[in-house]
Design a binder for this molecule. Structure first.
Ligand code: 5GP
Ligand code: ZN
Length: 120
């Protein structure tokens, strides 16, 4: 399925539409999961919404269903990647100070090493 409301200059819309080459970890009607190009942990998967949602501040209508679906995928992928037992981290960066660099909703799934708090 192609991205919903694709944006020409959006990197993740291009990935969703396979306009860029990408190694797909998982795909369904609403989501695509790929390996992060600059992994911050031994496992670093991006769970990306197929619908172009710029970020958490831009949710509208039924977007919460997409977001819920994407979050529910994280434990499934964590099990598949073998990081569920030791523990893992799911992160959504929002806006400039939140560290968001791509304005298309995605969840980072990180594992394979310990993480600390506060996150810094
Ligand atoms: P953000 O900073 O918005 O929370 O996360 C964006 C993530 O996308 C970063 O972790 C970055 O490494 C990753 N990323 C940026 N460009 C690409 C790309 O072309 N391919 C892949 N697989 N990941 C990318
Ligand atoms: Zn997009």
């Amino acid at each position: 399925m192609e991205s919903v409301h694709p944006e020409d200059d959006c990197l993740f819309c291009k990935i969703v539409d396979k306009r860029l080459p990408v190694g797909v970890v998982y795909e369904d009607e609403f989501a695509i999961a790929i390996e992060d190009i600059r992994p911050q942990a031994p496992v670093h998967v991006l769970i990306i919404s197929k619908k172009h949602i710029s970020g958490l501040l831009d949710l509208e209508g039924e977007d919460e269903l997409y977001i819920g679906h994407l979050f529910a995928l994280s434990p499934k992928l964590a099990r598949e990647k073998g990081i569920s037992e030791a523990g893992f981290r799911t992160v959504v960066n929002s806006g400039k100070w939140g560290g968001q660099t791509v304005s298309h909703f995605h969840i980072h799934l990180l594992g394979g090493r310990p993480f600390f708090w506060p996150p810094g």
